[in-house]
Design a binder for this molecule. Structure first.
Ligand code: PAF
Length: 285
């Protein structure tokens, strides 16, 4: 595997190896099994793969969150090296390489960035769109692989690609979970042991919520989820919504839902000072 930190090096590599338009796995590093499974899928399905590692400052609305974001480049490269092949590459740009000038672009995704994360992390998705479009411009991927855990992000990136990168297929990959159901995330390593011990409760609550749709309206399920999460010592729910797949329109009663459509129950919460998100598919039948 090759490691490059500039767009010029990536282009030169494409010329040297006679390949371009790789399968692409964008990450912010602090890699875990979830990222590795994205990279493995990309390697299985694409002749060449690029993985980027870049902690993007424009998607953090909280400077403290940006400061605390784990940065583990050496360990990340060690994890990738057995998976990636000779011509595969890891792109590790600096902030200056990514943003030689301030990126003032403002994206409007309609409702997609006005709900859930969009309410609680103002400007977050604009920053994600900025960095993903910049990365797509540099890497020029034929396919890009994203985890389903960041379900709202995935939906917004699909829209970004539909509008501006029709040649890039967005591939959604399943959530990888710990044995107790906790969705893998770079933030999990910041959980205190007492918070980590109870974290399996998040997925168990989502599973229960998804099953409840047979008998209860989303508004009632929401109350159940809020109570159950807030009962865990030092846990605080930020939001729980059941939204329609694709439009992200929140639903509050089963009358608004169609048996032919797919929905997602999405949650964000704080376990102590660590913010976690997760989601599960919900179907009326
Ligand atoms: O999901 C992430 O890790 C980031 O939001 C992404 C897509 C790499 C953009 O910085």
């Amino acid at each position: 595997m090759k490691v490059f930190s500039t767009a010029a090096e990536v282009n030169e590599h494409y010329s040297n190896c006679g390949l371009m338009n790789p399968g692409f796995v964008p990450t912010m590093g602090a890699l875990h099994e979830g990222h590795l499974s994205l990279a493995e899928t990309a390697v299985r399905e694409c002749r060449m793969v690029a993985v980027s590692i870049f902690v993007n400052p424009t998607q953090f609305n909280d400077p403290e969150d940006l400061r605390k974001y784990p940065r583990t480049l050496d360990a990340d490269l060690q994890m990738l090296s057995p998976l990636l092949r000779e011509d595969d590459l890891v792109f590790t740009p600096t902030v200056g390489e990514m943003y030689p000038e301030p990126d003032n672009r403002v994206f409007d995704f309609g409702n997609l960035d006005k709900v859930m994360e969009g309410i609680h992390r103002q400007g977050h998705f604009n920053g994600v769109a900025q960095v993903v479009s910049r990365l797509f411009d540099i890497i020029k991927p034929s396919r890009a692989f994203f985890g389903q855990k960041d379900y709202q992000q995935l939906t917004i990136i699909r829209e970004l690609a539909r509008r501006y990168y029709p040649g890039t297929e967005i591939v959604s990959c399943p959530i990888i979970r710990e044995s107790d159901g906790l969705a893998m995330s770079s933030r999990n390593r910041r959980l205190l042991p007492s918070h980590r011990e109870r974290a399996g409760e998040i997925f168990r609550t989502l599973v229960a919520a998804a099953a409840m749709i047979k008998d209860y309206d989303p508004v009632e399920i929401k109350e159940f989820v809020i109570d159950r999460i807030n009962m865990i010592p030092d846990y605080r729910i930020e939001y729980f919504e059941i939204v329609e797949d694709g439009t992200l329109a929140p639903v509050s009663s089963r009358k608004e839902m169609s048996p032919d459509r797919l929905y997602y129950a999405c949650i964000a919460l704080f376990a102590g000072g660590v913010r976690l998100i997760d989601n599960i598919e919900v179907r009326l039948r």
